[in-house]
Design a protein around this ligand. Structure first.
Ligand code: F6R
Length: 606
């Protein structure tokens, strides 16, 4: 949600800010802007739409300056427009902001009474005027401390000052913020990905901190102004080299990477020599756990749903799952012998983070299943289980979903073995099967050609349904979500057995329906449900797995068969054709696959 960049250098910065904004575009892409300081003046260029448009505008202005900030926006307060694009400036300062200032209306009224004039409908503009107001009577550092105290809500901020050409400010509460160290120049960015073309040396601000960034020095402070020291981290080779390669879209690349991300993740957790799953530093006695609560949003929530089936199947824990935005506002009865697991690719999702904080406040055991290990959720949880799938840039989550499921599956096996719910023999055989997964995923990717044709039909549909039972029900939800967000086709995921309780009324002649029916214990029942929709005119795409028996059904429009594997692992394979289906449907419509409309990666607002 919104991307921030700042550079302070002795060379001109605007082209590098634009390049970094292009990297940050996955965080927001409805408008963009830049401000640089030139001889005591702040010069701004802003536009509605993408960074490419901003770049064209900048070339007309010949924007100079060796200090500057830039922003890509995902609108919260005020529609996407040039006037609402960041940076927002007063006569003294210019500000870029990621997050939401919840008390902006009250602050705006107070500032208007003092004579400040607002140009935009954004919550951010209050920050520019508030800083200007405090600067009249306070030092810079005291101004920042006082302004941050006044702001309610979440923010990552970058601020430059008209009369200070030797520094800029970064601050965070809730929303992530990194700084980078360069040769006689330093940087500020929403993530390391935006900074990696300039440096591999990064530090992250902790929640509530701010920093003063100069060309040759960065100082960090807690919210009360006490100085703090920071660890400087080196970005790994993988992080530095991650790009689209020969692919046109990150999503396409990220789908295709799945066999190797699966392998990498398994290598991190499975000790192949002893045939066991290692989860180091597990801080609690597994056998004393009575319940597990899995919490996430969107696709991450779907991975929790699949894990519920595994955990119930393999362990003796009470399993509940929750959508983070619901969990955080419910009157939850916290239990000491429960483990609360927070699943998030970014590790920054505002609702998931708030749910974690709520559990921490109630002294619960917390575990984070995340991709970004430097993220807020990872930093604050008692135990971190990374999914090791590398940076995910496509807004629609793909390889991270498989990674989340994989870690949750391994966690379920580990718990079940430690609880003596499964025998050593079963444990070892499940691990052996797991080692086959990457190769089966590779074979599933080869079913591509069929999906290109099928995607054309789904792209034109008025609406469609995704049906499944057992493990395949959450996969149906995930398939429907992917199609909605990428191809903008109304899609519903349903438990196949629920159709006759209402949604069957939606089925009409020619409606595309995906039925996910691997040859598991639910197969025959799902086949009957499939016949019920076929009988009412549905055009069925059946996704099943290979088996010596013929498919027993007739009148199926199209069929995809994934590999035969242990039933528990089939959700990994049936997901892949659904990702491809959404991809090809969006491609057919010519949509921007990596940046679907109205969305953004890393949802740091409520
Ligand atoms: C859908 C998608 C979202 C995210 C959700 C949570 O393709 O990507 O539904 O899964 O916003 O994000 P994280 O996992 O970063 O917490």
């Amino acid at each position: 949600m919104c991307g921030i960049i700042g550079i302070i250098s002795s060379k001109e910065v605007s082209s590098r800010i634009v390049n970094s904004l292009k990297k940050l575009e996955y965080r927001g892409y409805d408008s963009a802007g830049i401000a640089t300081l030139v001889e005591g003046n702040i010069n701004e260029v802003k536009c509605e739409g993408r960074v490419d448009a901003l770049e064209k505008d900048i070339s007309k202005f010949n924007l100079k300056g060796d200090i500057g900030i830039g922003h890509v926006r995902w609108a919260t307060h005020g529609k996407p427009s040039k006037i609402n694009a960041h940076p927002h400036s007063s006569e003294q300062v210019s500000v870029v902001h990621n997050g939401i200032i919840e008390n902006s209306t009250i602050l705006k009224k107070l500032l208007e009474k003092k004579g400040y004039v607002f140009k935009s409908q954004t919550d951010t503009e209050v920050i520019a005027h508030l800083v200007t107001d405090y600067l009249k009577k306070n030092s810079l550092k005291d101004t920042i401390i006082k302004v941050l105290k006044k702001l309610h809500g979440s923010f990552a901020l970058g601020i430059i000052f008209k009369d200070k050409n030797d520094l800029m400010i970064g601050a965070r509460r809730g929303s992530p913020l990194a700084v980078g160290y360069g040769p006689n120049e330093n940087y500020l960015g929403s993530d390391s990905y935006a900074l990696k073309s300039m440096t591999n040396k990064i530090s992250y601000l902790d929640d509530g901190e701010f920093c003063i960034i100069k060309r040759d020095q960065i100082e960090f402070f807690q919210s009360n102004g006490i100085k703090v020291n920071k660890k400087v981290m080196n970005l790994s080779k993988e992080e530095l080299n991650y790009d689209k390669g020969d692919y046109k879209y990150f999503m396409e690349k990220e789908i295709d990477e799945q066999p190797s991300t699966i392998k990498d993740c398994i290598n991190e957790y499975v000790d192949k020599y002893n045939n066991q799953i290692n989860i180091y530093n597990f801080p609690w006695n597994i056998s004393s756990l009575k319940a597990i609560v899995l919490i996430g949003c969107g696709t991450a929530y779907h991975s929790c749903l699949v894990a519920k089936y595994w955990l119930e199947q393999n362990t003796n824990l009470d399993v509940s799952i929750d959508i983070a935005s619901e969990f955080r506002y419910r009157k939850v009865r916290f239990k000491k012998d429960s483990l609360y697991v927070f699943v998030s690719q970014s590790g920054e999702t505002a609702d998931t983070y708030a749910a974690l904080e709520l559990c921490k406040k109630n002294k619960m055991k917390t575990c984070a299943v995340v991709n970004v290990v430097e993220s807020s959720i990872a930093r604050d949880a008692d135990l971190v289980l990374p999914i090791y799938c590398g940076q995910e840039i496509g807004v629609a989550s793909t390889k991270a979903f498989l990674g989340q499921m994989l870690v949750l599956y391994m966690l379920s096996l580990k718990i079940s073995y430690d609880q003596k719910e499964i025998t050593k023999k079963t444990y070892h055989s499940k691990i052996k099967n797991l080692l086959l997964l990457s190769n089966s995923a590779k074979k599933t990717l080869k079913l591509d050609h069929k999906l290109l044709k099928i995607g054309k039909v789904f792209a034109q549909a008025k609406g469609c349904m995704f049906l499944g039972r057992g493990y395949s029900f959450p996969i149906a939800l995930e398939g429907a979500l992917k199609l909605k967000e990428l191809a903008y086709v109304h899609a519903e995921g349903y438990p196949a057995g629920e159709m006759k309780h209402g949604p069957l009324a939606l089925i009409e002649e020619g409606m595309p329906v995906v039925v996910i029916a691997p040859r598991d214990e639910h197969y025959l029942k799902t086949m009957s449900n499939m016949q019920e929709v076929i009988a009412r005119g549905a055009k069925v795409l059946l996704i099943t797995n290979k088996n010596k028996d013929e498919i027993i059904s007739e009148n199926i429009w199209e069929q995809i068969e994934v590999d035969k594997l242990n039933d528990e692992l089939i959700p990994f394979l049936t997901t892949i054709p659904l990702q491809k289906l959404a991809f090809y449907s969006a491609l057919e419509k010519g949509y921007d696959i990596d940046k679907p409309r109205n969305l953004a990666k890393s949802v740091t607002v409520e």
